[in-house]
Design a protein around this ligand. Structure first.
Ligand SMILES: Cc1cc2nc3c(=O)[nH]c(=O)nc-3n(C[C@H](O)[C@H](O)[C@H](O)COP(=O)(O)OP(=O)(O)OC[C@H]3O[C@@H](n4cnc5c(N)ncnc54)[C@H](O)[C@@H]3O)c2cc1C
Ligand SMILES: *[C@@H]1O[C@H](CO)[C@@H](O)[C@H](O)[C@H]1NC(C)=O
Ligand SMILES: *[C@@H]1O[C@H](CO)[C@@H](O)[C@H](O)[C@H]1NC(C)=O
Length: 508
């Protein structure tokens, strides 16, 4: 009898103990994190802060570390009284996250100044856009048959599948790798795209080599400073740059970054993150709790803080960042394989030497504003474009090519005095920015870097190996915020789901 009472009592105690434990541990999981760190305040880090706030609510403290300017690769430089974009410049009309940001932040788009394009082969202009659509169309048709039209259709079909990501994210679905994210959008075709060159992809689709050299290469050069050997996915992104309706943010694209930081109520810590260590703390009751300790350096010296979740929003590559990871098994490298491609972005206020472009007629007859270049040996430039200020006042009209005005040159090397002398008849100011701009794209690739570096440590810029663009960073930011949320709460049903396109079709 006594034995029985005891055992019932014991069972009861055990039950209470276990139910409390399971209750407390499930509560522990359900409780939101206390502190989250974001490393880097470019568009990726700022968007991550915004989406993390959206996912985790008002209670969590979000710290954003940035030693340099907020905006990162979105930056402006001043020439005379006006600012001009030196980094990420244009946004596609179907970049829905960027569009949503400016609506939410009360920013506006810059007024569109119509442009005309030409292609320079190192000695002369091989193509010059006319004012008349039909003339352009017939010129293209004459030279390249239906290649141009088919290219537009091909880009549109890629974009169609790309757009699916917005619906998935709307329904909170997230992906653990760049490959899975791409697969969810475009299936095996998209995986093949990132593993094949644009050239291989387009030749297989029946485009001509001449068209690739004359028209496609100039597009990949102006967008990514690289040849048609970049991967097919980033290649499609470059070609979408030929679409109409491209826009930028009034006052400068970087305004989106400071706006998102402010809107997310996160704290900007002006410091460089030196190392991130994993710290497991054995606690008295229940499972041990663990944190990430961030050590940082600023003007005042060094400091450190503990975080539940960390999002890295800077490339982990040579010359881009040098963060030491300690206490992780397996080890996390400071730098992943592959390198970033160097691009010089130079703003020049001066008078163009149109003879440099092989033009023999008077300069006043040159009506094009954007000069793209083919991939010829020893070519000093990727592109030469007429630059408009980031804020355009009503009544602004772009000065003609023969007048003194601001030009932007993208080039693989710094333009020396000699090159400037050949390109310009005269100039009065020059502003040069050197970028490690985007990945040096190579195919095939074994793996893209992971989104998840460790249990609650995420890496946003992995996405750049598919394609580097503002919208790609924003998509990755939302994906990482969703992933961090679902993994924190153990909601596996919204991670790496297959066949989303068919499953969500009914929801449209
Ligand atoms: C010349 C040029 C032209 C481009 N044109 C376009 C375009 O027209 N359209 C488009 O969509 N995209 C364009 N891009 C690409 C686009 O700018 C980038 O894809 C995008 O800005 C990347 O944003 P991010 O926040 O992911 O990275 P970044 O902007 O590089 O931000 C990373 C931030 O992390 C900070 N950081 C680094 N190390 C540390 C550390 N240890 N601790 C704390 N912080 C650290 C850096 O200072 C930086 O501010 C262009 C890029 C360049 C360079
Ligand atoms: C303009 O360019 C042409 C062709 O490159 C060159 O011969 C000429 O010297 C340049 N003019 C000036 C004034 O530099
Ligand atoms: C790319 O192709 C190589 C072989 O050519 C293969 O080993 C690799 O797994 C592929 N990568 C992806 C991401 O599909």
């Amino acid at each position: 009898m006594i034995v029985r009472t005891l055992s019932v009592k014991a069972l009861l105690l055990l039950w209470i103990f276990y139910s409390c434990r399971s209750l407390s541990s499930s509560q522990e999981l359900r409780e939101p994190p206390t502190k989250i760190a974001v490393v880097g305040a470019g568009i990726g880090g700022a968007a991550a802060a915004f989406y993390l706030r959206q996912e985790f609510g008002p209670g969590v403290k979000i710290d954003v570390f940035e030693p340099g300017e907020v905006g990162g690769r979105l930056a402006t430089a001043k020439i005379g009284n006006h600012e001009y974009e030196t980094g990420g410049a244009v946004i596609h009309p179907l970049n829905l996250h960027m569009k949503q940001f400016i609506d939410k932040l009360g920013l506006s788009t810059c007024k569109d100044v119509p442009s005309k394009m030409a292609i320079f082969d190192g000695s002369e202009l091989t193509f010059e856009e006319s004012d008349w659509f039909i003339v352009n169309f017939l010129r293209m048709l004459w030279r390249y048959g239906l290649n141009y039209l088919r290219m537009q259709m091909w880009v549109e079909s890629v974009l169609d599948k790309f757009m699916r990501i917005y619906q998935y994210q709307q329904y909170s679905y997230s992906f653990t790798s760049v490959e899975r994210l791409l697969h969810a959008m475009g299936g095996d075709d998209f995986l093949r795209l990132i593993n094949q060159t644009l050239e291989e992809t387009m030749i297989a689709e029946g485009f001509s080599q001449i068209f690739l050299n004359d028209v496609v290469a100039p597009m990949t050069r102006i967008s990514y400073g690289q040849s048609v050997r970049i991967n097919g996915f980033v290649g499609a992104v470059s070609l979408a740059g030929a679409d109409s309706g491209l826009w930028s943010v009034d006052g400068g694209n970087k305004k989106v970054c400071s706006g998102l930081l402010y809107h997310s109520k996160s704290e900007l810590i002006r410091a460089r993150v030196a190392s991130i260590s994993f710290k497991a703390r054995p606690s008295k009751k229940g499972p041990s709790s663990s944190f990430y300790e961030i050590s940082y350096v600023d003007d005042a010296g060094a400091g450190h803080s503990l975080y539940d979740i960390v999002v890295i929003a800077t490339p982990l590559h040579q010359g881009k960042s040098d963060i030491l990871f300690s206490g992780f098994s397996p080890a996390i490298p400071s730098q992943f394989p592959g390198s970033y491609h160097q691009v010089f972005s130079t703003l020049i206020h001066g008078v163009l030497n149109t003879s440099y472009l092989g033009i023999t007629r008077p300069a006043s007859e040159l009506t094009v504003s954007d000069v793209l270049t083919t991939d010829c040996k020893g070519s000093a430039l990727y592109s030469l474009t007429s630059a408009d200020p980031v804020h355009i006042v009503t009544g602004y009209s772009r000065p003609p090519a023969s007048h003194s005005k601001v030009w932007k040159v993208l080039s693989p090397q710094s333009l020396g005095q000699e090159e400037l002398q050949r390109m310009f008849l005269s100039w009065d100011s020059v502003s040069e920015t050197q970028w490690l701009a985007y990945p040096a794209y190579r195919t095939p690739i074994r793996h893209t870097p992971p989104f998840i570096l460790h249990s609650r440590l995420y890496y946003l810029n992995a996405v750049e190996w598919a394609a580097s663009a503002m919208e790609m960073s924003a998509i990755s930011a939302r994906n990482v915020a969703l992933l961090a949320h679902h993994r924190w709460h153990g909601q596996t049903g919204r991670i790496d789901q297959e066949d989303l396109h068919t499953r969500l079709r009914g929801e449209l």
